[in-house]
Design a protein around this ligand. Structure first.
Ligand code: PEP
Ligand code: MN
Length: 263
């Protein structure tokens, strides 16, 4: 069902009021984690002013260490809904547990399935039973085929509103956090009609590399970018090393204009 052989067009998915795919190029941006109302509001205003239309931010955080900040949970979702309405942005946040499905769908415009849950088939089927848009992130060690089959799970269960996200994979390289696989972007655009979003933040883990890889993502045919930005990167409680300051984010958006397909 996700194959271009079956549907030889570009699927366009409505994330709230933001169409993703087809002729458009979509910028999703915001902090790694929702830390407080003030933090999210300020960051949202800044990224919106620079051109982002979808606000990202985690309320349920899949942290490597159990002692790291785990997210604000439902309180964070409510903050996101409030900020989205106030600023006029659509919203996306990670869902980790099927038990949170109703809350995440109620308070936000789209689900994000994180890399660590790409093959959580219970979760894939659960979001497949809704019509809520889903950004499916590639697993840390998942092949492209496994990624496309995970997308197939959601669509086959009944939800056609799936976006694929390349967010870097584990390789032998240790200089960067992950290796952003741009082959995958061009390959998936050829094989599938679903929109493809590039995440240069997790793909590199390094602030100064986010811009160059964002541009590379546009150049190889992505339908959008998801970028981590924080009002004060040094204070970010998670993924601080890859967060762009509002000024850096704004500068990058200006630089991207000549690269972006007409929208
Ligand atoms: C995130 O978007 O903050 C995140 C945890 O991403 P990933 O699942 O790609 O690691
Ligand atoms: Mn993050």
């Amino acid at each position: 069902l996700v194959s271009r052989e079956i549907y030889p067009h570009d699927t366009v998915i409505d994330v709230g009021n933001t169409p993703v795919g087809g002729d458009r190029f979509t910028i999703m941006a915001g902090p790694c984690a929702i830390e407080s109302y003030e933090q999210l509001l300020e960051t949202a205003k800044q990224v919106k002013a620079s051109g982002a239309t979808v606000l990202r931010g985690g309320a349920f955080k899949p942290r490597t260490s159990p002692y790291s900040f785990q997210g604000l949970g439902v309180e964070g979702l409510k903050i996101m809904e409030q900020v989205g309405k106030e600023v006029g942005m659509d919203t996306i946040t990670e869902i980790m547990d099927v038990n949170d499905l109703d809350d995440v769908a109620r308070y936000t415009s789209a689900f994000q399935i994180g890399a660590r849950n790409m093959q959580n088939y219970t979760l894939l089927k659960a979001v497949g039973e809704t019509k809520h848009p889903v950004l499916l992130k590639r697993g840390l060690s998942a092949t492209i085929e496994e990624l496309l089959l995970a997308a197939e799970y959601i669509v086959a269960t009944g939800n056609p509103n799936v976006m694929i996200c390349e967010r870097g994979i584990r390789t032998f390289e240790t200089a960067t956090r992950n290796t952003l696989d741009l082959n995958a972007v061009a390959f998936i655009k050829e094989k599938s009609h679903l929109p493809v979003i590039v995440d240069p933040s997790h793909g590199t883990g390094v602030r100064t590399l986010v811009g160059p890889m964002a541009k590379a993502g546009v150049a190889c045919g992505a339908d959008g970018l998801i970028i981590e930005s924080h009002r004060n990167p040094r204070e970010s409680v998670s993924d601080a090393a890859q967060a762009l300051s509002p000024d850096d984010f704004s500068q990058l958006m200006q630089q991207l204009i000549p690269f972006i397909k007409a929208s």
